[in-house]
Structure formats: structure tokens, C-alpha cells
Write a protein that binds this ligand. Structure first.
Ligand code: FAD
Length: 478
């Protein structure tokens, strides 16, 4: 029986999946139609919840034949709105959640796309291996979403982005055929590496259904420290020293401004000021080593030499797992701590590492000139040149010449104008306007200003070759 309320081609999708494979119950669909910050709210005629690659292939083949647009969704933690449908059929990977194989001798795990990052980390640990990708959304973000956004996170410095961690991909292409690319090979020079096209494609070139990921040895030694310093320039020199002295053992190197620490202290529970005195900038450093005591020894050497050289002014070295977690919590709470402070323009940008101090100085001057009284919170993966550069609305009564709502959601045109100033500076420094979150619906049009016409033409040609009717995530990319 087909459903009268839906157009017949969409209602027919219900017959292509097994029991529990679809829903049009508003309560079941609601959490999947809203982004976690409430920034995007979507609509869909139907939620599909397939359980196998074969079911997804049937769905996509039907959609291609009928010209029905699809939005794939994993954990709904994306920050650029690409996972929220605007009238498209919503294809959730939540029931594609099997761990198909863990092969310690190959250092490989094979999982389905709906498995969460934390489940992959746990499965690797059970096999005495380590999966290094780590980000604050790891309890919900799925492997399909992480691959489709080429996620980064805190350990990119040592292990690279998702692109570096994927050995093979299985995917349903936009015509409904299945790309069987689940190889476990470290070397395979047989022409174009097609899986790399699907990584970072944000759901535009197909539905990722499974992946083979690299595993690594478990690091037995770990040392976590927070240092206080005068400037971002000092942090760049400290980074070079940390890399050299630890033999490549630096896993994370996260810059946080005092404003970010202050908001965490004010707005988040269980946060303590990490150092006795206040500093303009802080860096969280995580060093790991194969031998249990190796990381702590390397960290102590680094802190002593940096204090001697006056690169840093103070430091605290975590003495227990609980202290390490408390230091990391300050970093992980940076986004949430801004929420009670009002409207924000957020930027996820990257520049060459050496240019980070110049970027911060120029961007802050530009933001202050545009919106006097605004509050800048800059933090992030400075070891990768990736800064989350957030500009918060002025405090009432301190807003200079512009309307204080200039930064508010209601005045998005002004917010976009302000963001463009930041993006222009990024472009002048040879950077990227989206370092790790992708373009989604939020930045696709903006990216056209900064990508070369040649690059855009190639991307459009690739998409047209995969998906001539453009049914896959049609509002994302170009
Ligand atoms: C608190 C917080 C911290 C974060 N920190 C980081 C960080 O440090 N680094 C970072 O890179 N990101 C970070 N993110 C962003 C987000 O977690 C990542 O973009 C993640 O990769 C999204 O995974 P997901 O499963 O939630 O995907 P979704 O949000 O569901 O989807 C993201 C995109 O991928 C597509 N997609 C999803 N699954 C598939 C699939 N199986 N096949 C094809 N396309 C698919 C969607 O259509 C959409 O375009 C953070 C997010 C939050 C909320």
C-alpha cells in the first residue's frame, strides 16, 4: 500500500527497505531535522533508515530514476548545515552500525558508515591498537560523516586528517551502483585513487557505506601540559621546539586566548584557572611516546628549555589522568562556553603555521574596526595552522558606533560582510576559508569567491560525471 499523502515516487521508497527502514513520524524525525546549535532547521517528506548497502543501492537507484533528491546524514554533528535536508529525502546511516572486522596484524579496522568515532576508538583499544582521530563530537560523529567532511580534530599534527587514515571505502554512487573499494592496502598504484574523491565530498558523490581505516600502536606514555605565554608568535617557536625535542611525539598543540579561558571559567561547570597568574595566551600540549616514561621526560625537557629561553612564562604539567582531563576540558568547552554570550560569527580557517600570528593581528584589527566593542575568541589547532576565530557581539552599552545587533543573527547580511573581511585576510595569507568543517550550505557560495575558476570547473565536471541529475545533496558545494 502506498501512502496518499506523499507523491507516489517518494512513497514507493518505503517498499525498498525492510522493517523499521523508514519513518514519517514527526517525533522520530525531529532531532534529525535540527542542527545542534539550532542554526538550521530542515524539512523532509520521509526519513529512510536502511540497514544494508544493498538497501541503500535500491534507494539511490530509484531516486536517480525518479529525480528525487537525497541528503545523507550520519551523527548530525556537522557545523555547516550539509546534513540538514531542505525538502530532500533524508537518508540516515544510523542503522549501518556493524564493525565488520578488526585485523591487528594488518593494523586495520573495517566498519560500516554509521559506527561512531568513539566506537571505533574502543574497538581498536580492545585489539590493543589505537585509532587517532579525536574531536569533541566523537560520541555522535560517525565514520561516514567524518569521511565525507575529511574531519580533522586534535591529533592531525601527528596522524593527519581522515584522508590520511582511510585505506578503503565502499560507497553507493549516485546512479545506485556500488563502488567496492574496501581495500586494506598501504600501496596501490593502479591509476586514480577513487576513494580520495569520496573523502571530503560532503555527500555529493555518493553515500559512504563502509570503510577500512588504519590502526596504530598504542602509546603507553602520555604527558599533558598547559603553558602561559605572551603571544601567538611565541607559540609558533614553542611548537618548532616541541616537535624537534619529542622526535615527532607531539599529538596536539592547541592555542587558547585568555578570553576563551575566561568564558569557560564563567559559563562552564567544573573549570579551574589552569595557572596561578593570568596570561594573554595559553597552549595545551599533548606528547605521546611508546615507552611509559618517555613522554613525561620529553615534556619536562621542553618546558624547562622554553622557560629558560623565555618562550613561555608559566606551565603546569598534569600529574594524573584526572588533571590531564581537566586541562583538556578547558579546550573542549571553548565553543559551548561562548553560547551564553550572544551572537557570534564563527570562522574555521587555516593559514600556513608561520602566518598564524599575522592572521590573528590583522583579523582582530579588522573585526574591531568593523564592529567596535566586539569580543574575539581565537582558539584551535595552531599546530596545523587551523584557527577557530570567533567574533562575539559587543556587551550591551559598549558597542561603539554600529548597532549592537550588527553581529546578531537578525542582521546576517552585516555578519556576512564582517566574515568576508576575515576571509579576505585568510586568502591574502594563502589560507583556506574552511579548514576542517567543509563548505556545506553555509560556505559553498562564499567559497566561489576564493577558489580559482579552473578548480571550480574541474569540481563541477567531476560532479556531473558522477551525478548528472545532481540528486545527491544538491545544495552543497557547486
Ligand atoms: C562539539 C563539536 C566539535 C567538533 N570538532 C570538530 C573538530 O575538531 N574537527 C572537525 O573536523 N570537525 C569537528 N566537528 C564537526 C563534525 O563533528 C564533523 O564534521 C563530523 O565529521 C561530522 O560527522 P557526522 O557523522 O555528524 O556527519 P553529519 O553531520 O551527519 O554530516 C556531515 C556531512 O557529511 C555528509 N554525510 C554524512 N554521512 C555520510 C555518508 N555516510 N555518506 C555520504 N555523506 C555523508 C552529510 O550529508 C553532510 O554533508 C565538531 C562538531 C561539534 C558539534
Amino acid at each position: 500500500m502506498l501512502d496518499d499523502a506523499l507523491p507516489a515516487p517518494i512513497a514507493a521508497l518505503k517498499t525498498l527497505v525492510g522493517p523499521g527502514g523508514w519513518s514519517d513520524d514527526p517525533a522520530r524525525m525531529a532531532p534529525k531535522l535540527e542542527e545542534w546549535r539550532g542554526r538550521w532547521r530542515g524539512t523532509t517528506p520521509l526519513l529512510l533508515l536502511p540497514r544494508s548497502t544493498e538497501e541503500i543501492a535500491r534507494i539511490v537507484r530509484h531516486c536517480a530514476a525518479e529525480g528525487i533528491a537525497l541528503t545523507p546524514q550520519g551523527g548530525n554533528t556537522g557545523l555547516v548545515g550539509g546534513q540538514i535536508p531542505d525538502g530532500e529525502v533524508l537518508l540516515s546511516l544510523e542503522r549501518m552500525n556493524a564493525i565488520r572486522d578488526v585485523a591487528p596484524l594488518d593494523d586495520v579496522i573495517v566498519i560500516e558508515a554509521g559506527v561512531t568515532l568513539i566506537e571505533v576508538q574502543d574497538a581498536a583499544a580492545k585489539a590493543d591498537r589505537f585509532f587517532p582521530l579525536s574531536l569533541a563530537s566523537e560520541g555522535s560523529a560517525t565514520i561516514g560523516g567524518l569521511i565525507s567532511t575529511n574531519a580533522g580534530g586534535t591529533a592531525v599534527l601527528r596522524y593527519g586528517t581522515m584522508r590520511d587514515l582511510v585505506l578503503g571505502v565502499e560507497a553507493v554512487l549516485p546512479d545506485g551502483s556500488v563502488f567496492q573499494g574496501l581495500k586494506r592496502l598501504r600501496k596501490d598504484n593502479t591509476g586514480y585513487d577513487l576513494k580520495q574523491l569520496l573523502i571530503g565530498a560532503e555527500g555529493t558523490l555518493g553515500v559512504v557505506t563502509a570503510a577500512a581505516l588504519k590502526l596504530f600502536p598504542v602509546m603507553r606514555g602520555r604527558a599533558v601540559a598547559m603553558v602561559g605565554l605572551k603571544s601567538p608568535a611565541a607559540s609558533i617557536h614553542l611548537l618548532a621546539q616541541a616537535k624537534a625535542q619529542s622526535g615527532g611525539g607531539v599529538e596536539a598543540f592547541e592555542l587558547i586566548s585568555r578570553a576563551g579561558i575566561a568564558f569557560a571559567l564563567k559559563n562552564m561547570p567544573d573549570i579551574r584557572d589552569p595557572l596561578e597568574t593570568v596570561h594573554p595566551w595559553y597552549v595545551l600540549i599533548d606528547i605521546a611516546s611508546a615507552e611509559p616514561g618517555g613522554a613525561a621526560a620529553a615534556m619536562e625537557r621542553l618546558l624547562a628549555s622554553a622557560l629558560d629561553a623565555e618562550l613561555i612564562d608559566d606551565a603546569v604539567l598534569a600529574q594524573s589522568e584526572a588533571q590531564a582531563k581537566a586541562l583538556w576540558k578547558i579546550r573542549e568547552d571553548q565553543s559551548a562556553a561562548q553560547k551564553p554570550e550572544g551572537a557570534t560569527w564563527k570562522h574555521d580557517v587555516s593559514v600556513p603555521v608561520s602566518q598564524v600570528p599575522i592572521f590573528l593581528e590583522r583579523a582582530t584589527s579588522a573585526a574591531q574596526a568593523f564592529a567596535p566593542g566586539c569580543r574575539v575568541v581565537a582558539f584551535g589547532h595552531v599546530g596545523d595552522g587551523n584557527i577557530h576565530y570567533d567574533v562575539l557581539q559587543p556587551i550591551e552599552g559598549q558597542d561603539g558606533s554600529r548597532d549592537r545587533a550588527a553581529l546578531g543573527v537578525a542582521h546576517s547580511a552585516l555578519r556576512d560582510e564582517g566574515s568576508r573581511l576575515i576571509h579576505d585576510i585568510v586568502a591574502e595569507l594563502g589560507g583556506s576559508i574552511s579548514a576542517e568543517h567543509g563548505l556545506g550550505v553555509m560556505k559553498s557560495a562564499e567559497a566561489l569567491r576564493y577558489k580559482s575558476p579552473e578548480a571550480v570547473a574541474i569540481m563541477r565536471a567531476i560532479r556531473a560525471a558522477f551525478d548528472p541529475p545532481k540528486i545527491m545533496n544538491p545544495r552543497v558545494l557547486f
